[in-house]
Design a protein around this ligand. Structure first.
Ligand code: FE2
Ligand code: FE2
Length: 306
């Protein structure tokens, strides 16, 4: 870490502690970062019988519709759901990068914390390239946002300020991270999927540490309204995440009755139980930091995460 020798340096002990965390994360990034353009075997053959997602995480797993499908139809559903998830990951990371870049305008550009934020943005832009390449490599088409959805998503970074920037990052990263750890461990997935998930889980672990540190630090000094906003607004992430998990177009592309598939998927208790498990870690962390309140709890419960 570069310590300033300027006695008039206005940085506080708080900023120094923040820089120490950023410094460790920069060290971790130097030791273990990936460039999917080089580190993924894009030309490896894909076995048409292997799943693209662990079957247990597929929205229709175990439903009557699932039971009526052939193995190859189930594999196709996993391919479409993966393409859908990666398409959504691209725009989520886009909004997060916007939030980080905006926050930086108010920060000391020579601080290690800003340098780590830039490192994270670099990770995320590589992830966005990786995800888009995977969609092409598995022979799928992306799931694009409608104009209305794009306008809605474009408003997200406006709310990513102060404490809520870190809380919003965690809502996206931690819940998805839990699922991706399953992917990386699963023995019978398409090799290309296991490879990209390992890369993503490794790099996201640093992002999650950075965001958790951001929450712990900021929560101590944030005014009550900022804490209240973060504690209430995080419930909206339950709505967004839930919306993201089901997309009629996935079922249409698989030639299924989309209305019936949506109905069975939403009622699928096995997948709903996995979702509640995926939220446990984040729920504990937010509660410890006083960032759950009756409104957010109600929303997370309403959308099936509690
Ligand atoms: Fe990422
Ligand atoms: Fe990330």
């Amino acid at each position: 870490m570069t310590a300033s020798t300027d006695a008039t340096d206005p940085r506080t002990a708080n900023a120094a502690a923040r820089d120490a965390v950023a410094d460790r994360l920069i060290g971790g990034s130097l030791r273990r970062s990936y460039n999917s353009l080089i580190d993924v075997d894009w030309d490896a053959s894909q076995d048409p019988r292997l799943f693209y997602m662990p079957p247990q995480t597929i929205s229709l797993y175990g439903t009557p519709l699932w039971e009526s499908m052939s193995h190859l139809e189930r594999v196709e559903l996993s391919r479409q759901e993966l393409a859908n998830m990666l398409s959504r990951a691209v725009w989520f990371e886009n909004t997060l990068n916007q939030g980080l870049l905006r926050a930086m305008l108010y920060q000391d550009p020579t601080s290690r914390t800003v340098q780590y934020a830039l490192t994270e943005i670099g990770d995320e832009t590589r992830h966005m390239i990786m995800f888009s390449r995977v969609i092409t490599a598995i022979g799928a088409l992306p799931y694009r946002l409608s104009t209305l959805e794009a306008m809605t998503v474009q408003s997200f970074p406006f709310f990513y300020r102060g404490l809520f920037l870190w809380v919003a990052a965690l809502c996206g990263e931690e819940v998805i991270d839990d699922a991706q750890r399953n992917y990386a461990r699963h023995p019978d997935l398409q090799p290309i999927v296991a490879q990209i998930m390992r890369i993503h889980v490794t790099e996201e672990a640093r992002h999650i540490r950075y965001a958790r540190e951001g929450v712990r630090r900021r929560v101590q000094h944030a005014p009550w309204w900022e804490r209240q906003f973060a504690a209430t607004a995080n419930g909206a992430a339950g709505f967004v995440l839930r919306r993201l998990m089901y997309d009629r177009r996935v079922y249409e592309r698989c030639g299924l009755d989309a209305g019936e598939a949506m109905r069975q998927a939403r009622a699928n208790e096995q997948v709903n139980a996995r979702r509640r498990e995926a939220f446990e870690g984040l729920h504990g962390f937010l509660s410890e930091n006083g960032l759950m309140n009756p409104v957010s709890r109600l929303l997370w419960r309403r959308f099936g995460f509690l």
